[in-house]
Each structure stands twice: as C-alpha cells, then as structure tokens.
Design a binder for this molecule. Structure first.
Ligand code: NAD
Ligand code: TYD
Length: 336
C-alpha cells in the first residue's frame, strides 16, 4: 500500500508516520507538508533514510502540488491543517485556505486518481460547547455547532468530505477526535506550553476561571483508532474518538504538571480568557468501540508524566521550536 500523509511534519502526523512505518513495514509513505511554523522534519529524523519513506514539500491548497503527489496513491490520511484556536481568532484566513480549500483540493485529486480511501482527521470542536453540568457527550448524531474560526473551518472540511462521498462516490472515512497530548506537540497548545514554560522558569497561563474541560487522549491511542478505521472502518462512516479522563478542568491539569515538576501553585497564573471559549468537550466513543473494538489504552496521569519526561529529555527540540517566529506570537497572545 502507498499512503499519502498530509501534514506529516506536525504533531499527530509525525507520530502517525513513526507508528505506521513500525507497524506496517511493507507500506510506503509520502509525507506531504507545507512546513508552516508547526511543521518540523526533525520529528522524523529516525526514518529519513527508510526507503519506504519520502518527504515532499507542498501546499494542500495548490492543485499542481497536490496532483503531483497524488499519482499512484492508494490511501490518503489527511492531517494537514492550521490547528490552533487562538491563532484562528487572530487571523482566520489561513484556516479557510488550508482547512477548507486545501481539503477540497485534495478531494478533487483523490477522486481523479481513484484512491481507495480518503481518511479525514477532524476534531470534536465541530460540535461546539457543552455546559459544565451537562451529562451528555458528543456522538456521531450530534449537530454541528462550531464556535471558533478553527472549528468552523474543520466543520466545513468535514462537510466537503461527506459531500464527495455522496455526490461522487469517493470512498471516505472521518474521525473526529478530542484533544491529544504526547511527544512532538507544538508548545503553543496547553500541555506542552505548561511543561516548557515551567522548565524555563516561567508561569503557566490559564485562561479565565480555569474551569474549562477537555477530553484528553494520548496521541498513540488516536493513531491506533485511525489505523483501525483504515483497516476495518466502513466507507462513508464517521467515528468519534475520545479519552478516558474524568472531566479534569484546565486548572487541575496545570496543577498536576506543576506537582510533577516540583513547582508550586504560584507558578500558575489566571490570564485574560479566550473569546468564545468553549466550556466543555466530552466524547462518546461507543460506536468505534462496538464496531471496531477500539478503546483508549493510555490513562491520563501515567502518560502525562511520561509526556513531561519526554519534554525534559528533548529540551533541544522544544527550545528550537520555541525560538523565532513563535516568540512573536507568544508576546502578542499573552502581552496583556
Ligand atoms: P499541527 O499544527 O501540529 O500540524 C499541522 C501540520 O500541517 C504541520 O506540519 C503543517 O506544516 C502542515 N500544514 C499546514 N498547512 C498546510 C498546507 N496548506 N499544506 C500542507 N501542509 C500543511 O496539527 P496537529 O495537532 O498534528 O493536528 C493534525 C490534525 O488533527 C489536524 O487536522 C487537526 O485539526 C486534527 N486534530 C488535532 C487534535 C489535537 O489535539 N492536536 C485533536 C483532534 C483533531
Ligand atoms: P488548546 O491546547 O489551545 O486546545 P483547544 O483550544 O483546541 O482545546 O487549549 C486547551 C484548553 O486550555 C482550552 O480550554 C484553552 C486552555 N488554554 C489555557 O487556559 N491557556 C493557554 O495558554 C492555552 C494555549 C490554552
């Protein structure tokens, strides 16, 4: 099998490529990535010389770039996206270009080249926000209600992917996953931001009252879910993927990290809230469990500790990532 992995130099995409080459050693992978601020080929140094791995730099929204890499591809695993909510609030345009126009460009090329499967990686954020006291969870029948430009752009891409299935018969599948954490996550997202700030002697910025809840999932569990959907998932179907945390508010996530790193509560500061901040995400993953036998295997506390250890051991990686362009973004985002 020959896979096209879009956005393979990012957090989840690079973890996916490392996992896939290990678990499916006969498959070939083409990693197609624009290398934005979030793309980092250092994540893939260990497979650079693998004859079954190839990197191609290109833009998902550029039809020529996309057509050139799509020839001979059996399976597309589409990770490429602008992925950070705060950046989408500052500047929505790149989110529409990559997440909406980029997805449509890839869908066109996939159709033209008769790919056997187009798998779209999406997010639970397309479903909007739950109240803290709401015991309901998002499921495959929940209405779309995106509230940030990022979530709206991902919702648009999901609709396009389904439209290509219904209208043109493109064999698609979709996974909508909750918040991931693990190695190689860009330190603008809360868990690596908190860890690296504390390692640098800085405080952890927590938005608003800190009582916002995410459904944390270790990245390898997400990748296993995608593997199972590619292998046994039903064409045209969507599967929700979530974690096993028991509604831990952000402030408590920060406290756990502070404790593991031997810091104190005074190393956490409450800062100005994010506009339109979604209160809670919670995912019912019973469909993928019942139909494909997937469930999360990595509990939050153990794997948070292991993730912290990874960042401690890989200081050069995140120090380089935090230099340059990211510094300008950080000053703009947290200046007040
Ligand atoms: P990331 O920001 O770490 O990586 C995105 C990658 O896409 C980068 O390598 C970037 O260079 C590349 N890219 C951006 N624009 C591109 C373009 N126009 N053409 C080609 N490549 C481009 O993101 P991530 O956290 O790894 O997320 C991957 C996917 O998973 C995204 O689609 C995201 O919406 C989805 N997702 C993420 C999470 C999460 O918690 N991180 C949860 C659910 C779903
Ligand atoms: P984030 O990692 O940006 O993921 P998402 O917005 O896609 O869920 O944020 C996770 C949670 O952490 C979210 O409730 C916002 C909050 N947060 C902070 O409190 N402080 C921060 O500096 C950041 C980046 C996020």
């Amino acid at each position: 099998m020959k896979l096209l992995v879009t956005g393979g130099a990012g957090f989840i995409g690079s973890n996916f490529i490392l996992y896939w080459l290990k678990n499916h050693p006969d498959d070939q992978i083409v990693n197609f990535d624009k290398l934005t601020y979030a793309g980092n080929l250092e994540n893939l140094e260990s497979v650079e010389k693998n004859p079954n791995y190839k990197f191609v730099k290109g833009d998902a929204a550029n039809p020529d770039d996309v057509q050139a890499v799509m020839e001979g591809i059996d399976i597309v695993a589409h990770f490429a996206a602008e992925s950070h909510v705060d950046r989408s609030i500052h500047d929505p345009a790149p989110f529409i270009m990559t997440n909406v126009a980029g997805t449509q460009t890839l869908l066109d090329a996939a159709l033209k080249n008769n790919v056997k499967r187009f798998h779209h990686i999406s997010t639970d954020e397309v479903f909007g926000s739950l109240e803290l006291n709401d015991t309901n969870k998002f499921n495959e029948r929940t209405n779309y209600d995106p509230r940030s430009p990022y979530a709206a752009s991902k919702a648009g891409s999901d609709h396009l992917v389904r439209a290509y299935y219904h209208t043109y018969g493109l064999p698609i599948t979709i996974t909508n996953c909750s918040n991931n954490f693990g190695p190689y996550q860009f330190p603008e997202k809360i868990i690596p931001l908190a860890i690296t700030n504390l390692l640098e002697g800085k405080k952890v910025p927590i938005y608003g009252d800190g009582l916002y809840v995410r459904d944390w999932l270790y990245v390898e569990d997400h990748i296993r879910a995608i593997d199972m959907v590619l292998g046994q998932g039903k064409v045209g179907e969507t599967y929700l993927v979530g974690g096993m945390t028991d509604e831990i508010p952000n402030i408590e996530v920060a406290r756990k990290i502070v404790r593991i790193l031997g810091k104190t509560e005074s190393d956490i500061e409450l800062v100005k809230d994010r506009p339109g901040h979604d209160r809670k995400y919670s995912v019912d993953w019973s469909k993928i469990k019942n139909e494909l036998g997937w469930e999360p295997q990595h509990d939050f506390d153990t794997w948070l500790e292991k993730t912290i250890e990874w960042y401690k051991q890989n200081e050069t990686w995140w120090k380089r990532v935090k230099d340059g362009e990211y510094q300008k973004y950080y000053e703009k985002q947290y200046s007040s």
